[in-house]
Design a protein around this ligand. Structure first.
Ligand SMILES: [Zn+2]
Length: 80
């Protein structure tokens, strides 16, 4: 059975904390093949996570500091 966009979106959001089973990943993969909305959503989530990771790395190395307020703004755009 095909997953709905809502189910895919929810699972992608939870994936960071809750690893998905093999069958679920397969179902999501199939959905991604036919649904460009979910593909775009996934790319955006990954981009945001990547930005936060980069900022954290730069800060850990003392190279740059981002205002806490700006970080909170980015984090708020990630559904949690
Ligand atoms: Zn979809």
């Amino acid at each position: 059975m095909m997953l709905s966009c809502r189910e895919v979106t929810r699972d992608l959001t939870l994936e960071a904390e809750l690893p998905l089973g093999r069958y679920r990943r397969l179902q999501i993969g199939l959905h991604m093949l036919i649904c460009r909305h979910c593909r775009r959503h996934k790319a955006q989530l990954e981009q945001l996570r990547h930005v936060l990771q980069t900022v954290n790395t730069l800060e850990a190395e003392g190279i740059a500091a981002m205002p806490a307020e700006a970080k909170a703004r980015i984090r708020n755009r990630l559904p949690s």
